[in-house]
Design a binder for this molecule. Sequence first.
Ligand code: BJW
Length: 238
Amino acid sequence: MKPSLVILTGAGISAESGLGTFRDTDGVWSKFDWRQLATPEGFANDPVAVHGFYNARRQGLVAAQPHAAHTALAELEAAWLASGGDFLLVTQNIDDLHERAGSRALVHMHGELFKARCGACEAVTDCRTDLSITDACTACGREGQMRPHVVWFGEIPLGMDEIFAALETATHFAAIGTSGTVWPAAGFAEAAKAAGARTWELSLEAGESGHFFDVTDYGPASETVPRWAKTMMDEIRA
Ligand code: BJW
């Protein structure tokens, strides 16, 4: 059987880069109300507040840097593909730290902070500066329709066909730095297990999908992920 590795990452992998997680005690949702800031209804109700929330996080991302865990996953991707296996990195994160570390086979299922989308024509464009309610779409010219290119609660995540196709043939699956709280990502470990994959959880603590993991390693991602990636590279090269 062709080795096929699917990796799911969450906010925990970027915590040591200075980006906040969501549900830890000092997480984003302990300071901000997700109903107001991460739903289509919240955006319709107060777009200025939602733009402000994402503008501040976009500014924080400019200064953030990938760390050893992001780099280890990029190196693992290169080694896995070189050995003839299939590889897909699925991230729930809207930061671009995986790309900056060198990852290429990557799906941003919850969107990307450095992109904006027009609510009128659906064009997705690069966005490195603040968004406002008066911005015009560079594709269709309409004003006042631009929103962050992120997936809010109640919206369908991106790349689901590609992700579920990869999970169906996965031989190896790892969830890294995610609490396993948010669906559909929370179901990926079960789907990979059903496909016969060996499964790993790397995080600070057990998440909600714990019983679907064969192996767990709890600690900071900068330590657990390079260690795990090395064992995977040793396995694929053996
Ligand atoms: C470390 C570490 C270190 C810390 N090292 N680890 C009732 C039941 C079931 C489902 C639903 C329900 N009601 C509604 C739903 C659906 C809903 C949902 O799941 N809600 C639940 C909360 C109940 N889901 C949706 O609405 C999704 N859409 C959907 O389901 O569409 C239907 C559909 C799907 C598929 C096909 C067809 C139809 C959309 C979800 C959108 C999520 N959006 C957000 C915000 C937008 C982006 C942004 O602003 O950034 O995405 S919410 C937020 O949570 C963000 C994250 O990507 C997501 C996941 O969080 P994550 O990454 O797991 O972070 P944390 O903080 O929870 O966990 C961090 C972990 O790291 C912890 O475990 C730490 O221990 C660990 N850690 N430091 C290693 N140094």
